[in-house]
Design a protein around this ligand. Structure first.
Ligand code: ZN
Length: 419
């Protein structure tokens, strides 16, 4: 395990923390700050929601059943599992699951560090394109590119493989040709590239060791974003969805420039309310109104499948790679653990919806994380914008998705749904 796996999405930690905390339920106070404050009722949305960013790996049946219960309860009609994996590993199982629960899950193949291990072999880049073709044949709807491309994957000793390396051009082009969406996570919040200070929004949830400026050879944040921009510009026939507001939440003006410049660029909303909720809510609302056709709802939620044992090098526990010996497995049949996880996930969705739909000033960050002292100001988006953001944009980008949901059980009304 390289240092690349130290700085991972903080949702992972929150999910596992909830799973591991045996007494954390909505009816009992939790020992740490969490998404749903004790005694506070859940916020229910009345809209149909598609979550374009969840992590599912190849979970067991009981985990899938639990996920569907969470989705039904929160009002999530369909979710995109970004962890489909490779055609010779977990992908076929993930697609099988998708077919079994038609309309609830969509599968994206994932390309991470492991898939680039043979980058120095002569036919490697051809192989990547072939893998895309195999995965498309199996029935994927898109691919996920993780931030380790650009930040951690090496092309030689100490030399990072760039996103805009010309050898990757056939790969990006093929995604467009096969009509595969590219959900691309590049870089991270810019603040991670600077020392933490007491007034940082991330204070208490990261340590100085997690900050990127300390990593030898780590490209500058600006360079990573520029690499991504080059790829988007060079491949106008390929549709890119920037994960986590394209890592530009703190600078909506900069993000607006990209959206203006690249019609094939979209963003999704997961895991950045900590930053978004501290901008002027009126400015956030204006941004959503202006770019209402370009923003999709994503949560970064995790299906119940396990994580890493907490430890010094694995503070940010995560569910992959699945073969790691330090992986912790969660007993999906343990009702208490499952209940705990479900409460956490439903609470996470509740916090998201309350932020997007209300103008309350005392909102908590979705998920459960260390910076529990933060309070966010809701953006209160107009109904017609919410309709696009929550589902219509995803339905437009993924052909057939608008019809698939009709096959699902009709959703109960918001008031009928309970955790
Ligand atoms: Zn994620």
């Amino acid at each position: 395990m390289g240092t690349g796996f130290v700085n991972l999405s903080f949702w992972a930690l929150s999910t596992i923390a909830l799973v591991l905390a045996p007494t954390t339920t909505l009816s009992q106070p939790a020992p740490v700050a969490k998404a749903q404050e004790p005694g506070k009722s859940l916020y229910k949305t009345k809209y149909r929601v598609i979550d374009v960013h969840i992590h599912g790996g190849a979970p067991r049946q009981e985990a899938v059943a639990a996920e569907i219960e969470v989705m039904d309860c929160a009002g999530i009609i369909a979710a995109i599992n970004l962890d489909g994996g490779r055609s010779d590993e977990t992908l076929a199982a993930a697609i099988k699951l998708e077919k079994k629960h038609a309309g609830r899950f969509l599968t994206f193949a994932k390309f991470t560090k492991k898939d680039f291990a043979r980058v120095r072999e002569p036919k490697f880049f051809d192989g990547l394109v072939r893998e895309l073709e195999r995965a498309a044949k199996l029935g994927i709807h898109g691919i996920k590119i993780w931030k380790d491309l650009g930040m951690w994957i090496e092309d030689g000793p100490g030399k990072r493989l760039r996103l805009d390396d010309p050898r990757l051009d056939p790969f990006w082009a093929k995604c467009g040709e096969l009509r595969l969406l590219v959900l691309i996570h590049t870089a991270d919040p810019k603040e991670y590239w600077y020392p933490l200070t007491y007034n940082s929004l991330h204070y208490g949830s990261r340590t100085e060791d997690d900050q990127m400026y300390r990593v030898p050879g780590m490209p500058r944040w600006e360079d990573l974003i520029a690499q991504r921009d080059t790829v988007i510009k060079k491949h106008p026939k390929t549709t890119f969805i920037g994960a986590h507001f394209g890592s530009m939440t703190f600078d909506l003006q900069g993000l607006a420039q990209r959206l203006d410049r690249y019609p094939n660029f979209y963003v999704e909303s997961s895991a950045r309310l900590r930053i978004l909720g501290h901008l002027n809510p009126k400015a956030v609302c204006d941004f959503f109104v202006k770019y209402q056709d370009r923003i999709l709802f994503g949560s970064d939620g995790f299906v119940l499948i396990g994580g890493y044992k907490p430890g010094r090098d694995k503070r940010n526990v995560l569910v992959y790679p699945l073969d790691d010996e330090d992986r912790l497995s969660v007993d999906g049949k343990d009702a208490k653990v499952v209940r705990c996880w479900k409460d956490g996930q439903v609470g996470m969705y509740s916090s998201y919806f309350e932020y997007f739909e209300t103008d309350r000033l005392d909102l908590v960050e979705p998920g459960s994380f260390g910076a529990g002292w933060l309070r966010l100001a809701g953006a209160k988006l107009p109904p017609e914008v919410l309709e696009k953001f929550y589902h219509a944009n995803a339905e437009r980008l993924i052909p057939g998705l608008d019809r698939l949901w009709l096959y699902n059980r009709p959703l109960k009304s918001a008031s009928e749904r309970s955790p």
